[in-house]
Design a protein around this ligand. Structure first.
Ligand code: WTA
Length: 652
């Protein structure tokens, strides 16, 4: 890497600590420690300064409204997310700059490239088509699309007209789609015929058809991506290419109130039913814009590639809104990281001269397995910043990423956040550091975080506890759960009251304020970076006729971080078999999707229960970790633990 600059240097006193070089500091948006103390002392002022960098149709009257469970930001301000992502760059004379590069999975298929001007025109055309189909401000529009430019275009078009998108991961089952469409009452769905994954054309439209049955979805727009022959219902379905190109390329953006709903994104909680996380316009725009800019050190010439799927919050904030609001180029990749071979990601970085690369620890661990010879074949010297997200990163993966992808030159920004926080909240800033494996870093400027014990007292540095956020809450923190205010309160504001947002993550903090996330403290798993509730998998399995009872817990996994493991009690008349295991896996596919497949299914006679009949998942969790079961004296059926131990020990 002849001309590649060095952005970090090792700490001479502490092994595996790294600091920004003068070169990086000179380019960074924040390079002085003072930004922390100053912004934490007055977060409202900090965020107001940041908010001035984006475009408002009308400035806010009041920056922060502090009310329990009804906090608000930029009250009275008017803006539009799509205007901030597109129009303002075109108006600033940057219309010919490349906004989006799409890399299809088939390596020989040409890229699709959109300048800001072209993207704005296409978004406006789709926005007009949505209007033609009767979509109005506040209406919900479902998006069930693969990783194609239209996924970004669709989100942008929906918020442009003041409607509310709810994106559903394209690998989710029809049933998952239906649950979400019913819950949010979507009127229109945007989907595609199919897409390419590992060299095969996968159909999506048939899933969409099943998913909209019994919902309020009246119209379905279908993008032709894979040239598949798909059934079209003429009274309901319309091809994207038949309704969009004929529209006007101009569509005035709706003036949204800062607190108007922008989107709903469903995520896993502790129950079987996913919750609709609500994000509003102003606070979300400001925090996503700022974190994307500061954490990835974005400038005019950056090519940003976030490998998440648009179905997750990371895709919303760091494929679409973050990079586009910053006016940089965002890369969208359609397919799998191992197609046509293990070098694909590195080939894409080389081809498009990617400068900032943002991925998940689970992906890095996969690359570690595939071997460093793959990245070694490519010129990765364009990279300046690396990011990770979604789960704690282990030291081995961090160091591998640092050395083999970043060439030992680039900082790794380990960003902690959640669907609920909408944008990054904890990480090391590139111009400040330090960059330490397994340690995310300090709260972002203007964000106040603490580690509390179960009683609500702050813990000593180095001690484990629970991560909470304090008011003024981050601008992009969720404003509620769609249709379920009680659950909003119970999930985030009951343990410590309305004065703290409870993240449900365990963490510890060092003397300097660096936070290390230890993982979820509830029944939520992180499976290959995908968030999943044990209860969802239990719900799915229990719908199989053979299942009388089921308990699902997570088990650590070398590559995926965690995987679900199921303990199944069969109804009388059914016998355990490999065949039945396969059927159960299919049931999970049907109700949720392949991401939720159990790694192991144990057929058992009993599971540990309390005297009141509640399953003690804690005991099962210990067993699958090969750990002692802990206190089992309160169990109704302690005798089952020995049997389970031998079953788990023998591998099922
Ligand atoms: C976990 C993804 C450790 C955490 C953006 C959180 C992390 C959950 C990190 C949210 C990180 C996310 N280090 N753990 N850098 N980032 N998590 O809603 O447990 O899909 O609560 O949002 O992922 O997952 P979600």
């Amino acid at each position: 890497m002849p001309n590649a600059k060095r952005w970090v240097e090792p700490d001479p006193r502490r092994e595996n600590w790294f600091w920004p070089t003068e070169e990086l500091k000179a380019r960074a948006w924040a390079a002085d420690e003072k930004v922390y103390e100053e912004s934490w002392a007055d977060p409202i002022r900090f965020w107001e300064e940041r908010a001035k960098e984006i475009s408002w149709f009308k400035r806010w009257d009041k920056a922060y409204h502090d009310e329990p469970l009804a906090y608000k930001w930029f009250v009275g301000g008017k803006l539009n997310l799509s205007y901030n992502s597109l129009d303002r760059h075109v108006e600033a004379g940057k219309g010919d700059k490349v906004a989006l590069i799409w890399e299809p999975e088939p390596p020989n298929e040409p890229n699709r490239v959109f300048t800001y001007k072209e993207l704005l025109a296409e978004v406006s055309r789709l926005a007009n088509a949505l209007k033609e189909l009767g979509v109005k401000k506040g209406d919900r529009v479902g998006i069930y699309l693969p990783m194609i430019p239209e996924a970004v275009i669709a989100m942008q078009a929906v918020v442009r007209i003041g409607a509310v998108h709810s994106v559903v991961f394209s690998a989710f089952s029809p049933e998952s789609l239906r649950d979400r469409m019913v819950d949010c009452g979507a009127k229109v769905l945007i989907t595609a015929d199919g897409y390419y994954r590992r060299g095969k054309a996968i159909t999506l439209k048939q899933n969409a058809d099943k998913g909209v049955e019994g919902t309020k979805v009246e119209r379905v727009i279908v993008v032709r991506r894979a040239g598949l022959d798909v059934p079209m219902d003429p009274s309901r379905d319309v091809w994207y290419h038949e309704i969009v190109p004929k529209q006007s390329p101009e569509c005035p953006p709706e003036e949204m109130d800062a607190e108007d709903l922008a989107f709903i994104l469903y995520t896993s909680g502790t129950t079987g039913k996913p919750k609709g996380v609500m994000h509003t316009t102003g606070g979300y725009a400001v925090q996503v814009y700022t974190t994307c800019k500061w954490n990835f050190n974005l400038h005019e010439d950056d090519i940003f590639w976030c490998t998440a799927d648009v179905g997750w919050i990371t895709g919303h904030s760091y494929i679409n809104y973050g990079p586009l609001m910053n006016g940089v180029t965002t890369v969208v990749y359609e397919g799998a990281p191992d197609t046509p071979d293990y070098g694909r990601m590195w080939a894409v970085i080389q081809k498009h001269k990617v400068t900032a690369y943002y991925t998940a620890p689970t992906a890095i661990r996969m690359h570690v397995k595939w071997g460093e010879e793959w990245p070694a074949k490519y010129d990765l010297s364009s990279l300046r910043v690396l990011g990770t997200v979604g789960e704690p990163i282990n030291e081995e993966a961090w160091l591998w990423y640092f050395k083999h992808i970043g060439g030992g030159r680039c900082p790794i920004i380990d960003t902690w956040w959640q669907t609920e926080t909408g944008a990054n909240c904890v990480q090391a800033l590139p111009g400040i550091g330090p960059f330490i494996p397994t340690v995310a870093g300090r709260p972002f400027p203007g964000i106040r975080a603490k580690i509390l014990d179960a009683g609500g007292q702050p813990v000593q540095p180095g001690e484990g506890g629970y991560l909470v956020l304090e008011p003024p809450f981050p601008p992009s923190l969720l404003r509620g759960l769609w249709g379920d205010p009680e659950k909003f309160k119970a999930t985030y504001f009951s343990e410590y009251g309305p004065g703290y947002y409870f993240t449900r993550d365990g963490a510890r903090m060092d003397e300097m304020g660096n936070i290390r996330i230890t993982g979820r403290v509830d029944d939520v798993m992180n499976v290959a970076g995908h968030r999943l509730a044990t209860a969802e998998v239990e719900d799915a399995l229990s719908q199989h006729e053979a299942v009388s009872e089921v308990a699902v817990v997570s088990r650590p996994d070398e590559v995926k971080g965690e995987v679900p493991v199921a303990f199944v009690l069969l109804k009388a008349g059914y016998t355990a078999s490999e065949e039945l295991k396969k059927e159960l896996v299919k049931t999970v596919d049907k109700h949720i999707g392949p991401t939720a497949r159990p790694a192991e299914i144990y057929f058992v006679d009993d599971v540990p229960k309390t005297r009141s009949g509640k399953i003690m998942r804690r005991v099962l969790k210990s067993l699958v970790r090969g750990a002692p079961p802990g206190d089992i004296t309160t169990l109704r059926n302690p005798e089952c633990v020995e049997q389970l131990k031998s079953i788990v020990g023998s591998g099922g």
